[in-house]
Design a protein around this ligand. Structure first.
Ligand code: G16
Length: 554
């Protein structure tokens, strides 16, 4: 053991931690300015390698900062099921990232391995798949990750190249299930299940026709290239891709992409007069978020946003319709909807009006995914466009058996079609994590099935006007929240100030929380009019500033 630890320590000396910086395993792993990250990424490699030894499974390590600016980067670990690193391991990942001297570093690893019962093994006992997005800093950080993984005796590091975050999660899940797991397999599975779903659509005579004519904003990130690869498997499907990151198209996430579109509610760069009237979709920098929009006024540069909540609603209606069709056969299966405090109040009301069970978690896919997995079918989405549909093994086994049973009677039966639609959705939608590519194909298939235009979809319910603001404060950790991040515990007095602002507005709702991916405090406000939501958010941002010390507000 001591010799193996000594080898880790030797490799670590090439990646000294930057002095005076404390790293936190936030909402989605470690994130920071890329120039500060090599030691953290090296150490995250060690964490992933130990996770692989402990679980006896393939683990993923993704180098990305997703929606953050191009100068940032980050790293996160994908667990054997393809989901986020188990939360039990986050304190170890943090302690290791922050160990300043060699003694602390060695002690942290030794103690953790002892507590977890992990021992070093012979060659090829563990395996970590490493991928990165298109950030320029990705290549050198990849080197640090590979060194960190390989420093752990018995673990192999495999460079998977440039991928979207959801593609890596999907591959990890599939490798551990011994199902096809290459990038080629990903496109094959998505395209064939999409084609199946389209072939099972109703013949909608009276509603607006499906045109397949979508314009996609690739955020100048990895999603654009991967989408065009996916489309090469789907001959005949028309999608125009903008902001693909090519020379002259602008920077990663810079006034483009899902985060920009959802927060600012304005037309992203690269879109203009030719896109008026069209159905548009935006991915984020690593293609794990998806929102839709259409241009409402070129003059005002405004859009009508179809956010994660409305994508969730579309999915929920569709799934519920199929389940209703199978009602007499499946009363015991449970459908659950998972949202966060950012969900627009109108979406929650609408989902509950449809009779669906809606529950809430903290912000972060890691929380939503875990909750959704408790249902037979769990649909989760954050308003910012992160989300997917999870199917339990038990439900899928039941569907497969029913497919065989009904298939032996007749092929045209509506119940059989419902079963086959659900099976196709389970293959199309990424079961490991939210995925803009697979989500986009599912949206397209459902719009086609329902005969909905984007405007019809948008009118399912009317969003309550909302506003989000980022406040830069001296120390975001001075804000401590409770009640699923909807109330502030500290600094004392801030919650009372928020309450008194909210009370001034009819249907007002607001909360603040420190971001887990950016150095900022987020303010969310909802009210009856846009002006009221804007002024409520602004007033609360000023209180945050007074209580926590302002650097800037945007
Ligand atoms: C990550 C997480 C999301 C979360 C978002 C913002 O997204 O995966 O679940 O909603 O960060 O988190 P926060 O408000 O704490 O900054 P992404 O797209 O950046 O990976």
């Amino acid at each position: 053991m001591d010799e193996a630890i000594h080898l880790i320590l030797q490799s670590a000396s090439a990646f000294p931690p930057p002095p005076g910086i404390k790293f936190a395993y936030g909402t989605a792993g470690f994130r920071s300015n890329a120039s500060l990250l090599s030691s953290t990424v090296f150490r995250a490699g060690i964490v992933a390698a130990l996770r692989s030894l402990k679980s006896g499974s393939v683990i993923g390590l993704m180098i990305t900062a997703s929606h953050n600016p191009a100068s940032d980067n980050g790293v996160k670990v994908a667990d054997p099921g393809g989901g986020m690193l188990t939360q039990d391991w986050e304190p170890f990942a943090e302690a290791l990232a922050n160990a300043v001297n060699p003694e602390d570093f060695v002690q942290t690893i030794k103690e953790f391995m002892r507590n977890e019962g992990i021992s070093f093994k012979e060659a090829c006992s563990g395996e970590v798949l490493v991928a990165r997005d298109t950030r320029p800093s990705g290549e050198s950080l990849l080197g640090a990750a590979m060194r960190g993984i390989r420093a752990v005796k018995g673990v192999v590091a495999v460079d998977m190249g440039i991928l979207t975050t959801p593609q890596l999660h999907w591959m990890v899940r599939n490798r551990n299930r011994s199902t096809p797991a290459t990038e080629f397999d990903y496109y094959t599975q998505l395209s064939s299940s999409f084609r199946t779903l389209m072939s099972l659509s109703l013949k909608v005579l009276e509603s607006e026709p499906y045109t397949g004519d979508v314009v996609v904003d690739g955020a100048n990130g990895v999603g654009a290239e991967k989408l065009s690869l996916l489309l090469s498997f789907l001959e005949g499907l028309e999608m125009q891709i903008k902001n693909s990151g090519k020379e002259g198209e602008g920077g990663l996430n810079e006034r483009v992409g899902a985060d920009f579109v959802q927060k600012e509610k304005v037309i992203p760069c690269g879109f203009g007069v030719g896109d008026v009237g069209k159905r548009c979709a935006s991915f984020d920098g690593d293609a794990d978020r998806l929102v839709y929009f259409y241009i409402s006024s070129l003059e005002k540069q405004s859009i009508d946003l179809i956010d994660g909540d409305k994508i969730l609603t579309l999915f929920a209606i569709f799934i519920n319709q199929q389940l209703n069709c199978l009602q007499e056969k499946c009363h015991s299966f449970k459908l659950g909807i998972v949202q966060t405090a950012y969900a627009n109040g109108a979406s929650t009301n609408y989902l509950r009006y449809l009779g669906l069970e809606v529950v809430f978690t903290l912000t972060g896919v890691k929380y939503l995914h875990e909750k959704a997995a408790e249902y037979d079918i769990g649909i989760y989405f954050e308003a910012n466009g992160h989300g997917t549909i999870l199917f339990s093994e038990k439900f899928l086994a039941w569907l497969s058996a029913l497919n065989e049973e009904l298939g032996s009677f007749s092929t045209g039966l509506e119940q059989l079609k419902a079963v086959q639609r659900l099976l196709a959705v389970s293959k199309l939608i990424n079961q490991a994590t939210g995925d803009a590519l697979s989500g986009c194909l599912l949206v397209e298939a459902i719009l086609h099935y329902m005969g909905f235009s984007i405007q019809t979809w948008n009118k399912l319910y009317q969003d309550l006007p909302s506003r989000q603001i980022k406040v830069k404060v001296a120390d975001k950790t001075s804000i401590v929240t409770t009640d699923a991040e909807t109330r502030v515990l500290r600094p004392l007095g801030l919650q009372e100030a928020i309450d008194s602002e909210v009370a001034k507005h009819s249907q007002g709702r607001a909360f603040v929380r420190p971001s887990g991916t950016e150095d900022a405090v987020r303010v969310y406000a909802e009210a009856l009019t846009q002006e009221a939501a804007d002024s409520l958010a602004q007033a609360i941002a000023e209180h945050v500033h007074q209580f926590a010390g302002l650097v800037s507000a945007t």
